[in-house]
Every structure is written in structure tokens, then in C-alpha cells.
Ligand binder design. Structure first.
Ligand SMILES: Nc1ncnc2c1ncn2[C@@H]1O[C@H](COP(=O)(O)OP(=O)(O)OP(=O)(O)O)[C@@H](O)[C@H]1O
Length: 272
């Protein structure tokens, strides 16, 4: 029997090479309920390390809900309940003994709208290292800030105005500042929830280029509405529909030869 025939309607289809890279995030049967409403109906996926995984699917299918499970951001939403297993390496991130602040340093997040703190460019990036005690001296802290801005491809544009407010930068620069802020605490994973949706095409291209560079050192999971963006930046793509993970696999497979009719219909614009 072929893989396609063996699959029940809402069982995720996996392409054979899913296990070829080391797994960074492993989830089993993740369900999320908001009050009485089940928004995710049991999502199981292995997310490889040091690669970009894109979550795609029509509005309301649960992409952001699932992304937020990975650093327990749903904990902050009243009435949200998460069931199932999510492991980062071998650690269950819903273990009651786990320190959530530490988890969010390991699993950083970049949001849809750039949200720099009302502080200087320097202090935006220094904020995390300061609260996590990562710098032993002022020189140490400066090095972390400079390196993070360099990794976020922003340093050259801001090196002469590190003491000016982060909110004074352009939208694209602010988003790269937020990426620098996330990088500054040396996370292992960076979650990005539609990071380019508020940016113009030039700023978007810069952030996409940056994402491609960052995957050498970080595991990246990105929610995007843009299939072109998913195709450009990700190595793996997961397609969600109505709270189910329908199909996930290498991005070129999912876009050129999807295993599921619903994926085909979505990527060819029949719905969504
Ligand atoms: N805080 C919340 N309270 C109640 N319901 C919520 C909440 N957040 C999301 N939902 C519901 O959960 C479902 C999944 O939403 P989610 O935002 O995860 O989808 P999405 O695929 O990211 O959508 P979009 O692409 O529009 O951002 C939707 O039906 C949404 O209305």
C-alpha cells in the first residue's frame, strides 16, 4: 500500500526524509483549547535543527496557536489549555518544574509587528543579556550587543546612533532590531510569527536574507501567509488546515508534489 493510501483523513503525511536531520522540537498529539473551543486537534511533528520550517495554511487554521505552544506563550492567554507532548531536545517543555523564563531565552520569538522597547537601540539588545546575567562586564555586554546587531545585519546602519531610540528606526530596521534582541540571549530556536507582514518588499527581502543566514546557527520556525516567502526561506513546510496538520515535508516537495489534495488546493489558490 502506498503512503498516501495508508493515511487516514486527518493523519499527518510525512515524507520519508523527515528524520534525516537531528530533531530539535518533537511534538506529539498537541491539542489547544480556548475555553470550549478546540483550535488544534492533535499536532505531531518533528522540527529539524538548524533549518527553517515554515507553517502555512489559511487564516484561523491554528498556525500561530501552534507556534506559541513551542515557547509556552499560550500560558499568557486566559482560558487557553494545551495538551500533548512538546519536547525541546529531550526536555518536556510543559514539565511543571521547568523555568518558563529560561525556556523563552532558549526559544525566542519575533512578532508580526516590530515591537522595540521604548529604549535606545543599545538597551533594546542589552535588555535580555542583562536580565539573564549573561555579561560579566560592560565590555562583555558591548560585545554581545555589537555581535547581535551584526548577526541581525543591522550594525552598519546603526553603529553611529546606538544611544538613539529603537522606535526611531524604519519598520524593517526595527524588525531586525527585534531579531538582534532575540539573538542576544543566544537562543537555540527562534519563532517568527509573520515577521514581514508589516514590511515593504525591500525590508522583507532583507529580513528573508537574514533568516537564510541565521539558519546556520539557529533552528527557525516561521508562520507566513506568503507561499512565495515559505518557498524562498524554508527547507521544510508544514501545511495546516482547520486545526489539523495535514502534511509536512521538504519545502520543494510540498510545493511541487504535495501528497494531499487539500495541500494542492491551497497552494494553487483554490481556497484560503
Ligand atoms: N486568544 C484566543 N482566544 C480564543 N480563540 C482564539 C485565540 N487565539 C486564536 N483563537 C482561535 O483559534 C483558531 C486558530 O487561530 P490562530 O490565530 O492560531 O490561526 P492562524 O492560522 O495563525 O490564523 P492567521 O493566519 O489568521 O493568523 C481560530 O479559530 C482563532 O479564532
Amino acid at each position: 500500500m502506498s503512503a498516501v493510501q495508508a493515511v487516514t483523513p486527518f493523519e499527518t503525511i510525512r515524507t520519508p526524509d523527515a528524520a534525516s536531520r537531528p530533531v530539535k522540537i518533537h511534538t506529539v498529539a498537541v491539542k489547544v483549547t480556548y475555553g470550549q473551543k478546540e483550535a488544534l486537534h492533535g499536532v505531531s511533528i518533528d522540527i529539524p535543527e538548524k533549518a527553517v520550517t515554515a507553517f502555512i495554511g489559511p487564516s484561523g487554521c491554528g498556525k500561530s496557536t501552534f507556534l506559541r505552544c513551542i515557547n509556552r506563550m499560550n500560558d499568557t492567554i486566559a482560558g487557553a489549555r494545551v495538551e500533548g507532548t512538546i519536547k525541546l531536545d529531550d526536555q518536556n517543555i510543559y514539565d511543571p518544574d521547568l523555568d518558563v523564563v529560561e525556556l523563552r531565552a532558549r526559544v525566542g520569538m519575533v512578532f508580526q509587528k516590530p515591537n522595540p522597547f521604548p529604549k535606545s537601540i543599545f538597551d533594546n539588545v542589552a535588555y535580555g543579556p542583562r536580565i539573564h546575567g549573561l555579561a560579566r562586564s560592560k565590555a562583555d555586554l558591548e560585545e554581545i550587543v555589537v555581535t547581535s546587531l551584526q548577526k541581525a545585519s543591522l550594525f552598519n546602519e546603526v553603529k553611529d546612533r546606538l544611544n538613539e531610540p529603537g522606535t526611531g528606526l524604519s519598520g524593517g530596521q526595527q524588525q531586525r532590531l527585534c531579531i538582534a534582541r532575540a539573538i542576544a540571549v543566544s537562543p537555540e530556536v527562534i519563532l517568527m510569527d509573520e515577521p514581514c507582514s508589516a514590511l515593504d518588499p525591500i525590508a522583507t527581502a532583507k529580513v528573508e536574507e537574514l533568516i537564510d543566514e541565521l539558519r546556520a546557527n539557529f533552528t527557525i520556525v516561521i508562520v507566513t501567509h506568503s507561499m512565495q516567502q515559505a518557498a524562498r526561506v524554508s527547507q521544510r513546510t508544514a501545511f495546516f488546515h482547520l486545526g489539523h496538520l495535514i502534511e509536512e515535508g521538504p519545502t520543494d516537495h510540498v510545493f511541487t508534489n504535495p501528497l494531499e489534495q487539500r495541500t494542492q488546493d491551497y497552494i494553487t489558490g483554490r481556497f484560503g
